[in-house]
Design a binder for this molecule. Structure first.
Ligand code: BGC
Length: 430
């Protein structure tokens, strides 16, 4: 009987693995579809990609001075101060991390000083200039009302003025992918792609056909990709069905959820929750009989588990995370080919985000998948972690923007009579 059960589950496991497996051919097909979607969007045609012109360019590496950055990520608001030394070198960033709460602006007198500021806002923003742009839609479960359609920089400036912080001039509004690209390319001229694989996912690149202008693809919404019944279920239960298809298969906000659904269906019906962090911990488990996994699963409501059940959970987690890495690699390969169709040159891809940084195999799996796709040419593509790149890059982009045009220095802070301030919209987030 016991053997029957093991036999059954291992067959089920094979079926699950097959369902989540992305072959080399499938990666190439996805890459082709992705490139087509890029071109459609650039031509103003219907596409699941937004291909937003960011008005930012790669920094020259010679920018100098002290700049500050505000980095609105998923859970934390980070403020950092950075000294740019020119010649691609920076001082060590002074990073302050704050939980998002309505008083964080008043608590932070750092913002009193007269400084140029880069603002990283990690959501789809239709930019109207380097320091202006309106929110197209929320992603990653954010839903504060009254912000979609409004100029994010204007909201920040209003909030700063309201708090009497008049010394700050917003010189650049950027997506976190743009920050990641800027942070690496300040010291690495080959860097032309920036990506985030964290709570959300996205990538941007320097488009040679547009003089190196950086395009934010908003790839989280890419939808020309095969979904399993579990993905379809997660989408239908999400706050925005039909949106962010790729993000729901790749990012930290959803990976644990996909694994939870599969584990519940096939192995442990009693499992109550399973986060992406727990997935990583299970995949890293080297303990005898997967005892650590047993503890994690017990705490997550599964009760006592057998070594075989734990093994199944680990295999399921690996299959889902591997799929995420291979999907990311397929999309990255499309971006590389958009820049350089024959991959003649060398390219650095800078990636930041908790999944890429912390998952035990994610980075390795991306590199292996790029090798599968490009063969020997993969050696021309370097993939690097750009830790804290989104914030550091905001300071760098603020510097590049300030030095690119003196007119930016004269940006007036507009005092609006509108009652909505950044503080209020932040209140909606907590
Ligand atoms: C947002 C992107 C962002 C990405 C990573 C996505 O949900 O739409 O703008 O770059 O998350 O933070």
């Amino acid at each position: 009987m016991a053997n029957d059960k093991i036999q059954m589950t291992s067959e089920a496991l094979e079926a699950i693995k097959k369902n989540f497996h992305i072959s080399v051919n499938e990666m190439r097909e996805i890459a082709k579809a992705f490139r087509l979607e890029m071109c459609m969007a650039l031509a103003g045609k219907k596409s699941s990609l937004k291909m937003i012109l960011t008005y930012a360019k790669k920094p020259a590496g010679t920018e100098k001075g002290n700049f500050i950055a505000l980095d609105l990520g998923g859970t934390n608001f980070r403020i950092l101060e950075l000294e740019l030394k020119g010649s691609g070198r920076t001082g060590r960033p002074v990073v302050m991390k704050f939980k998002l709460d309505k008083d964080f602006l008043t608590k932070n007198r750092e913002l009193d000083k007269t400084r140029k500021l880069g603002f990283t806002f990690s959501f789809p923003v239709k930019q109207t200039g380097i320091a202006s742009g309106y929110l197209v839609c929320w992603t990653k479960g954010f839903c504060a009302s009254g912000v979609v359609g409004r100029d994010i920089v204007r909201l920040l400036e209003e909030a700063l003025i309201k708090k009497n912080l008049r010394g700050v001039e917003v010189a650049a509004l950027i997506n976190d992918t743009v920050g990641t690209l800027a942070a690496r390319s300040y010291k690495d001229r080959n860097c032309d792609i920036g990506a985030i694989i964290g709570t959300g996912t996205n990538a941007c690149y320097a488009e040679p056909a547009m003089g190196g202008a950086i395009i934010n693809t908003e790839w989280g919404n890419f939808d020309k990709v095969r979904r399993t019944a579990f993905d379809i279920l997660i989408d239908s239960q999400s706050d925005r069905p039909g949106q962010q298809a790729l993000e729901k298969m790749v990012s930290g906000m959803y990976l644990g959820e996909v694994a939870l659904k599969v584990i519940r269906a096939y192995v442990l019906p009693g499992l109550k929750n399973f986060s992406t962090e727990q997935m990583s911990a299970v995949e890293s488990d080297r303990s005898k009989g997967l005892a650590v996994t047993g503890m994690i699963l017990k705490r997550a409501g599964a009760g006592n588990t057998t070594p075989n059940e734990r093994f199944m959970c680990r295999e399921i987690s690996s299959a889902i995370a591997l799929r995420a890495a291979r999907l990311s690699a397929a999309c990255l390969s499309a971006v590389v080919k958009k820049i350089d169709p024959s991959v003649f040159g060398t390219h650095t891809i800078a990636i930041d985000g908790s999944v890429y940084e912390k998952h035990p195999y994610f980075a390795k799996n991306i590199s292996a998948a790029l090798k599968d796709i490009f063969g020997a040419k993969a050696s021309r593509i370097k993939v690097v972690l750009a830790k804290d790149g989104s914030g550091i890059g905001a300071a760098i982009t603020a510097a590049a923007a300030s030095q690119a045009g003196g007119f930016l220095l004269k940006i007036l802070l507009v005092i609006s009579i509108a009652a909505d301030t950044l503080t209020q919209f932040l209140r909606g987030l907590v």
